[in-house]
Design a protein around this ligand. Structure first.
Ligand code: SF4
Length: 492
């Protein structure tokens, strides 16, 4: 059996992913998204930058693609000859209990010390795009060290991660080695015994996984509880142990009992039961954690309303598009403003344009979806020396529709995202493939190619996001209207 660093990374993200990588039919795995390909390309660029600026010319083993044995032999030859640094080498162990371990550290650096080669040994460095030294990457660096111990006859004292914002980060090998040992042991037992881990959809984890279409189909077929908002990986085993294995079981549960057996707050348990009821009836339920009247007042139609959505590129710390939909009820007009930075340097320019636009409607509430817009305004205000009074006055007009929806109603949706809520209401995006990650890819393509089509596609997507927020807000106004005599479960 071959156990690679890539498989270990999959296992750390999701045990099922590692199992499917080994045993499932590969044709069921979706190809990497444009966004994922962009991340891979960004990592290659970062490696190039690191090699150019930090290591000078290093040895690089040449071998036929996929022939890891040849790669390992070429790397070993460089190590034996005492090459000062080896880029993109291959480490391969002899079989250990029938398992061959394999990894490809980005860099091996020669340092003084004793090894089977003589009075030198090698330490590994992995180059990662991450802003912080994630545990999964530290474990991989420890895995490289484990393989090095086998190849050079001695453990390196340290391994490194190179991160764009932090520079070189030393990994504490003695602390992580026991974790790695346990992980390898658990992974091998799953693989040897062919124990297929159950599907559990966690969207922010699964969204970047190629097995998602396959797993999601299974989850839907089984009406798996992981599709129910509020059922987390830690709550799931508890629900199972109390025979609450189907959505209908939770829908019929008494929230007070549920709170007790699950050690949940009363409100959380109540919301979970409502969520299950909403799923089974496919209808919204008023939960009114806030007074519905207060919410209604907050969103009651104003003569002019602004709907605001930002597109950002987190890896560049850049907010490159401010989209503002102006709804003028008096004149019955809708105007969309797309304030787009053609290049990262224009971020300041579009910030002042946005301020000017927002301040030209001083009475208008500014609706947005989720907290990002407020965080971005705070960041941009500080970055570009905007008077506090101005930015605070602006933020005082912001109303988060996501917060209002989640505090007021429970909906038959799998997640409370703009996309899923608006789609449940019948709203459609012009481009069904569009999403935040895709727009990051489009912007990088615009910067690389200068093709205006990418900018237009982003602007359309952003406008649809603003329209979707408008759509949800209108729905909420109607839903909370007094004539809608829906029963609040809170009162029961
Ligand atoms: S889609 Fe999710 S559950 Fe399925 S293998 Fe990938 S990460 Fe795991």
């Amino acid at each position: 059996m071959l156990l690679s660093a890539k498989l270990l990374l999959s296992y750390q993200r999701c045990q099922r992913q590692a199992f499917l990588d080994v045993y499932a039919d590969r044709s069921q795995k979706a190809p990497p998204s444009d966004f994922l390909n962009k991340l891979r390309q960004d990592r290659i660029e970062l490696q190039r930058h690191f090699f150019t600026t930090e290591t000078g010319v290093g040895a690089e083993p040449k071998y036929p693609t996929g022939d890891w044995q040849a790669g390992a032999e070429a790397t070993l030859a460089f190590m034996e000859s005492g090459a000062p640094s080896i880029r993109l080498g291959v480490l391969l162990t002899q079989p250990i209990d029938g398992v061959v371990y394999f990894s490809n550290p980005d860099l091996l650096t020669k340092i003084p010390g004793q090894s089977v080669f003589g009075d030198w040994l090698y330490v590994p460095t992995d180059i990662r795009l991450s802003k912080r030294p994630k545990l999964e990457y530290q474990i991989l660096a420890t895995f490289h060290a484990f393989l090095l111990a086998s190849v050079q006859g001695t453990w390196p004292e340290v391994a490194y991660l190179y991160l764009p914002e932090q520079g070189t980060y030393p990994v504490n090998l003695p602390r992580l080695q026991p974790k790695l040992d346990k992980m390898l042991c658990d992974l091998l037992s799953i693989l040897r015994d062919r124990l297929e881990p159950e599907v559990f959809i966690v969207h922010n984890r699964c969204n970047l996984c190629g097995w998602l279409p396959h797993c999601y189909q299974l989850a839907q077929q089984d009406q798996h509880l992981s599709l129910l908002p509020g059922v987390t990986p830690s709550r799931y085993p508890l629900l199972q142990s109390h025979h609450l294995t189907r959505v209908e079981d939770i829908a019929k549960a008494d929230p007070v009992d549920l709170a007790q057996i699950m050690d949940l707050g009363k409100e959380v348990a109540f919301k979970l039961v409502c969520q299950a009821q909403s799923f089974t009836t496919q209808a919204p339920i008023l939960i009114a954690q806030d007074s519905p009247t207060a919410t209604s007042q907050l969103i009651s139609p104003a003569p002019i309303e602004l709907y605001f959505d930002i597109e950002a590129e987190p890896s560049l710390n850049l907010d490159y598009l401010h989209g503002v939909l102006v709804i003028d009820r008096e004149h019955q007009t809708q105007t969309f403003h797309s304030l787009l930075a053609d290049c990262p340097e224009q971020e300041e320019q579009i910030w002042w344009q946005f301020l000017e636009l927002a301040l030209s409607y001083p009475q208008a509430p500014i609706y947005h979806f989720c907290p990002y817009e407020v965080q971005a305004i705070e960041r941009l205000a500080v970055l570009y020396g905007t008077p506090d009074t101005l930015s605070q006055e602006l933020i005082g007009r912001f109303i988060d529709i996501h917060a209002l929806v989640t505090r007021t109603v429970v909906l038959p949706v799998e997640r409370y995202t703009l996309k899923l809520i608006a789609r449940w209401l019948g709203f459609q995006w012009r481009n069904s493939e569009a999403n935040g990650a895709q727009s990051i890819y489009w912007y990088s393509e615009w910067l690389a190619t200068g093709n205006h089509h990418f900018l237009e596609t982003i602007a359309d997507y952003n406008e649809d996001d603003c329209q979707a927020t408008f759509h949800i807000k209108n729905w909420l106004v109607n839903f909370l209207a007094p004539e809608n005599s829906l029963t609040s479960l809170v009162d029961e």
